[in-house]
Design a binder for this molecule. Structure first.
Ligand SMILES: [Mn+2]
Length: 402
């Protein structure tokens, strides 16, 4: 029997909704990711035999030296304490252009005996902390040029890979991909190549593997008894506002899953949306908004405040008072809609800088329902443009909001 801990989608280097932590000289979002990672490593060291991370370690294929050093420092630590750590690159870690490498290249780190960076399809045999031997099949993120050698599409490719394998003992799959049927609201759609998508039946039809540990979809999702997404380490966007975040603890005995627990983190930054439509007759719109802010408990959260009111009521809004009540939050955006009494149209003013993706969503909203089907496409194009800017995320967001 061995005990595993599974996390995914850490996105170290993500800076959206964050700010510079002056003491540590690192963005608050990355700092939180590192703190949660430290917590998980500690849990794994005390209560498990091996730690798995199923992709999207970094937000971009070009993390800053600081971010890379912080992650590698933790790998070196895992090696030192004798905790095997197994991980694969996700789509965020792999450059889309041909020729350049992912960021997991340091010989000093990746040649260590307890570090298993699996950047190619294949099996690795690993002795875990309690001396048991396990076989891990890696399915790192693949573009169509990569799966082409295994099959005509991503589903056939994975099916062929699994069929060909002959192994005995405790076997595990670790993959960064979309299982079709699992809804992917949160990952940016990749417009440069086909999505790496596999039907769940491909995994279900094989009894060679005790568990399938998945990454890419940020919501914690159970696809089957022994097939799951652990979900991202913390919410990256407002799309993940309702998710619970944590890690999966599991036990495998004789190549069968014998225990599974999702353990939610106690402390992580929550995203909260406050959406208010103020009654047209209301004489104190500021009070209505303030009351809503108080009820929401905004302390240490990332807040999106969105209110609708008439032109007349707008004159009674005390924006400084509203902002005062949002001060305890870690970050806030305020958006207002003006309800036009003479028609059903609303117009919108954006009070504070928002990220480019949200800005495009707002634009689609303003344009109305006939524009809705273009929304997804527009966001894809925006992502593509942001990728083409080809500078690290921190600079990118600053450049745009300036
Ligand atoms: Mn991903």
């Amino acid at each position: 029997m061995f005990r595993g801990i599974h996390i995914s989608d850490i996105h170290l280097g993500l800076t959206t909704y964050g700010s510079m932590n002056e003491k540590h000289r690192i963005n608050t979002r990355s700092l939180e990711g590192l703190e949660l990672l430290d917590f998980v490593i500690n849990e794994a060291n005390n209560n498990a035999d091996v730690l798995f991370i199923s992709g999207d370690i970094y937000e971009t294929p070009n993390p800053t030296n600081r971010i890379r050093a912080e992650f590698e420092k933790r790998l070196v630590y895992c090696n030192k304490i004798g905790l095997p750590i197994v991980f694969i690159p996700g789509n965020h870690c792999i450059p889309k252009s041909d020729g350049s490498s992912h960021p997991f290249v340091s010989d000093r780190v990746y040649s260590l005996p307890n570090i298993f960076m699996m950047d190619d399809v294949g099996i690795q045999t690993i002795t875990v902390k309690n001396g048991e031997i396990i076989n891990v099949l890696a399915l790192p993120h693949m573009y169509s040029k990569d799966w082409g050698k295994y099959g005509s599409n991503s589903s056939k490719a994975v099916s062929n890979i699994i069929k060909k394998i002959e192994i005995e003992g405790n076997n595990i799959i670790i993959g960064h991909l979309t299982v079709s049927g699992a809804i992917n609201n949160y990952e940016k759609t990749d417009v440069f190549s086909e999505e790496f998508t596999v039907p769940k039946e491909v995994f279900q039809s094989s009894n060679k593997f005790a568990v399938v540990l998945l990454g890419h979809i940020h919501q914690h999702l159970k696809i089957d008894e022994n097939i799951w997404y652990s979900g991202s380490l913390f919410p990256n966007t407002f799309g993940e506002e309702a998710d619970r975040k944590g890690y999966v603890y599991f036990e495998v005995d004789n190549n069968k899953l014998t225990n599974y627990e999702f353990k939610e983190f106690k402390n992580y930054t929550r995203f909260k949306t406050i959406s208010i439509i103020i009654d047209k007759e209301d004489k104190n719109p500021t009070d209505v908004i303030v009351k809503s802010i108080i009820n929401t408990k905004v302390k240490d959260c990332i807040i999106r405040l969105d209110y609708s009111l008439t032109e007349e009521q707008l004159l009674h809004i005390d924006i400084n008072k509203i902002k005062g009540y949002l001060e305890e939050s870690k970050y806030f955006d305020i958006t207002r809609h003006i309800i036009d009494d003479t028609s059903n149209n609303t117009t919108k003013t954006i009070e504070k800088s928002i990220n480019p993706i949200d800005a495009v969503s707002e634009y689609c909203y303003i344009k109305g329902s006939k524009f809705k089907e273009n929304n997804v496409k527009l966001i894809e194009i925006t992502n593509k443009l942001l990728d083409l800017v080809n500078i690290d995320n921190e600079n990118k967001i600053q450049a745009i909001s300036e």
